[in-house]
Ligand binder design. Sequence first.
Ligand code: NAD
Length: 440
Amino acid sequence: MKLKGTMDPHQQAIAQLEQVACLLKDQYQDSKKFQAVIKQLKTPDRVIKGELKVTMDDGLIQKFKAFRSQHNNARGPYKGGIRFHPGVTEEEVMALSTWMTWKCAVTNIPYGGSKGGIIVDPKKLSEAELQRLSRAYAEFLADHIGPWVDVPAPDVNTTPQIMAWMVDAYEKYLKTNHQPIQANPLATFTGKPLGLGGSAGREEATGLGGFFILEKLVKKLGLNRKQDITIAIQGFGNVGYWFAHHADQAGYKVVAVSDSKGGVYVESGLDPAETLHCKQKKGQLKDCLCADGKCNLINGRMITNKELLELEVDILVPAALENVITLDNAAKIRAKAILELANGPTTPEADQILFDKGVTLVPDVLANAGGVTTSYFEWVQNLQGYYWTKEEVISKLQPLMEDAFAQMWQMKENKQVSGRMATYMTAVKRVVDTMILRGI
Ligand code: NAD
């Protein structure tokens, strides 16, 4: 996809949609109707914005700008995270809500897309201030969210604890305002702690969902012997670790992982559990290297994050930051395939270079959708008031991820487009078809 780096995120989302629409339009006989639906999808259904007044610990009142963009709900309630970050903008939440519509559609879960945010640096707040801000946001949105309306979740800098404060504030708001309770209010937020309606299996769901995709991807690439398939992972946090863990357990060779201070490379493959244990003890991965046989990463070597991305491996997994594969390094990527577990790791310019080089790419909206899919399971469990074991959650996650990958691959082969374009085409087509069925 060719998009200009100077566009704001929402302009990028619109440009992507226009490109996808161009490729899909021949499939619709009624082109007027198709174009009308595409036009509607370019703008969120609603953007709620306001200023939250929060009493700080010193007794003074501080104002915080807050947003919620509800993009589309043709396929089900709006669904999307809430981020607390100084860089949040209205255009950003509008774009992210659009991408959530595609993410939920590509895994075929019955949700639309939304996203929220507050302009704040949460590290500068005390715990009490953070709680008051979170509760204020839930009350600000209370009339616009609900199990059948819009279901928020954690995102950048928001946690299960923050979801717990929000769901509590929301329930109190309903009671205070004598609003009818139409469904379990717990189903209004996902990503909650296990002790307050969270789902078993959520912690590892994103990494595990990525692993299910890996299993299907290597087959399509014709790579057969797992013990010879090499994997490099940038980022060794929640997503990177759980992906590494499941890949290692299945017999793949995880040769490199990294954190913000740099990475380690072990040609014979490393043990993710031991590596995590060592990182937790020593603080950073590079301190886990040794050559004397007494520590974790025997005969490994230190590598920079830049080197990790350019390693000659079968599968490269960015699982840390956005914009790490760019115009500067895309041509140097030697992996056969990229599985994007981080959000937005590849810039649009790099995307084109990778496609021209023949690197297979499974984009973020598909590769890391195990998280939102398990959020969907949390919502289902809250609504039915009956909770599943982790094994049950995993057994339901696997077919959804595999099916989403199969649909994307079929589109990619049929239309001879990149993995990213095939994913967007699959998702947009689903949303357009539903809107046409509804008669919108
Ligand atoms: P995390 O905070 O648990 O881990 C992030 C990892 O990235 C850490 O190991 C950190 O050391 C590393 N890192 C930070 N700066 C780095 C740098 N400059 N270079 C290399 N590594 C660096 O976060 P996470 O939950 O694992 O999320 C990782 C990515 O996956 C993010 O892009 C996130 O948006 C995306 N994601 C996460 C989930 C989820 O369920 N956690 C769901 C969808 C997408």
